[in-house]
Design a protein around this ligand. Sequence first.
Ligand code: NAP
Ligand code: G4F
Length: 369
Amino acid sequence: MERKVALITGVTGQDGSFLSEFLLEKGYEVHGIIRRSSVDFRERIAHLEGKPHFHLHYADMGDSMSLVKLVGIVQPSEIYNLAAQSHVQVSFDSPEFTADVDAVGVLRILEAVRTNHLEQSCKIYQASTSELYGKVEEVPQNENTPFHPYSPYAVAKLYGFWIIKEYREAYNMFCCSGILFNHESERRGETFVTRKITLAAARIAQGKQEKLLLGNLDSLRDWGYAKDYVECMWLILQHETPEDFVIATGVQHSVREFTDLAFRHVGIELRFEGEGINEKGICAKGPEHLIGKTLVEVSKDFYRPTDVVNLWGDPTKAKAKLGWNPAKTSFEQLVELMVKHDMAKVAGEGAAAKVRMNLAEYLEKGVVK
Ligand code: NAP
Ligand code: G4F
């Protein structure tokens, strides 16, 4: 049987790396788009490079010509469009770049498929987001909940969602959006809140960091495990009709709860005192030298101009139509696996990891958000 051919944009990212592993396991020929970088080390996919059915190509979501050329060469049967400037806070700092990649980039992919006359043979998955619900109009959120984007990132992603829908209807293309709620892992970027917390908990426990600075501790998210979510991307493209799906666990927790649990996993019990900007997490139980010390502080540097504070997904449709199991990895298991990973990572950090330690110092000082 001929191998299916997948093209993944964003292959070096958290989801791209898990999806590559998943599709290779399923027998796909996997092609990924990479950008030229001055540091030529692709941490998340280093273990896949050199495998016979895994191929990397230079292209950029801002460069139509590179995309048209590549789609023509690869002739994919499935495209997973995961590439994005994916950090919400950064979208306030770089709104135009975010719009170019996250909004117009989607159009470029669709047109690259049409230009190569593949619109009837190539299915497209678009990485859409729960951020579309933004300043939420109902809880929990499902496929019929109105959108109210609340950041430059979300506004750009809203264009991506609608242009996918438009091409589906106008050109009868099999293109769909997965409206994914937050999904995390040991490969999550280090400035997203979950990974920032698990790394800081590990470093504080090992005496390599003094304290953790956070923004809004009351913010609520529906956090799942990224490895479970990439299966859903594939299921969406295997469904008989092109449809959009909400992918979530259906369970909600606050940033404070995530922090509390992560610190428990490194043997530190926190007591939260104060409110808003004055709230602190103080070590109530744990290593002697830390008792009574403030380990978590709130800093206004990590507050956003507009923040999405109540995301909670309803995965009923994905469960019923795709047979996807949203409860495969629980919140507690997710926090545990991330902390375990980061405890080992931090323990192994020697002189060679000095550069990453600098990032931790920046995070502590609020230089990098
Ligand atoms: P990520 O780790 O930040 O990865 C983003 C990927 O996009 C990286 O491979 C990055 O390449 C690539 N990229 C960025 N700009 C590009 C450009 N101009 N040209 C080509 N590639 C570019 O994100 P993720 O967490 O895996 O998320 C994957 C997708 O799902 C994103 O579209 C994100 O917006 C969306 N999403 C994520 C979540 C979540 O909770 N993780 C939830 C909903 C939706 P470099 O490595 O070169 O930077
Ligand atoms: O971890 P976050 O930065 O993720 P956010 O903004 O929810 O975005 C992620 O999930 C989206 C899906 O809903 C994706 F579309 C998007 O690409 C990305 O993957 O922040 C989560 C919450 C926010 O409310 C933020 O204000 O945590 C709050 N928070 C509190 N302190 C913080 C911090 N966020 C970050 N990054 N850093 C903090 O210190």
